[in-house]
Design a protein around this ligand. Structure first.
Ligand code: ZN
Ligand code: ZN
Length: 114
């Protein structure tokens, strides 16, 4: 789910202009280029996701900072987001595991002494 701030930023005139400028400056997919392919970019990706921001101000900085932008084709863009999702899922799982372990440590009767 996207936050209202994210949706507002994505619909802003400033973002649409910046996005067009980025595609004009980097018309080729930067990921494909790295892997030796030439493919036209259709998407402008935020390297650090805008939704990781904790405040609206941070979100705007991440959204509009040109050093946080990358031109990508549809395929690379989808792939990067798939990886980011599985990565954040792994972090969630790890945190859940740690919380569970703490709970077990607190609630489990002490190991029997013999
Ligand atoms: Zn690509
Ligand atoms: Zn993206």
């Amino acid at each position: 789910m996207h936050s209202p701030t994210y949706i507002r930023l994505m619909n802003s005139k400033r973002w649409r202009l910046l996005r067009a400028e980025q595609l004009a400056a980097q018309p080729l997919c930067q990921q494909c280029k790295q892997e030796g392919r030439i493919r036209a970019a259709q998407c402008v990706h935020h390297i650090t996701p805008v939704e990781t921001a904790r405040t609206d101000q941070e979100a705007e900085q991440l959204c509009y900072s040109t050093s946080n932008l990358m031109s990508l084709c549809y395929l690379c863009h989808a792939e990067i987001h798939r990886q980011q999702r599985s990565h954040s899922k792994a972090i969630h799982r790890q945190r859940a595991d740690q919380a569970l372990q703490r709970w077990i440590n607190q609630h489990q009767p002490k190991a029997q002494k013999r």
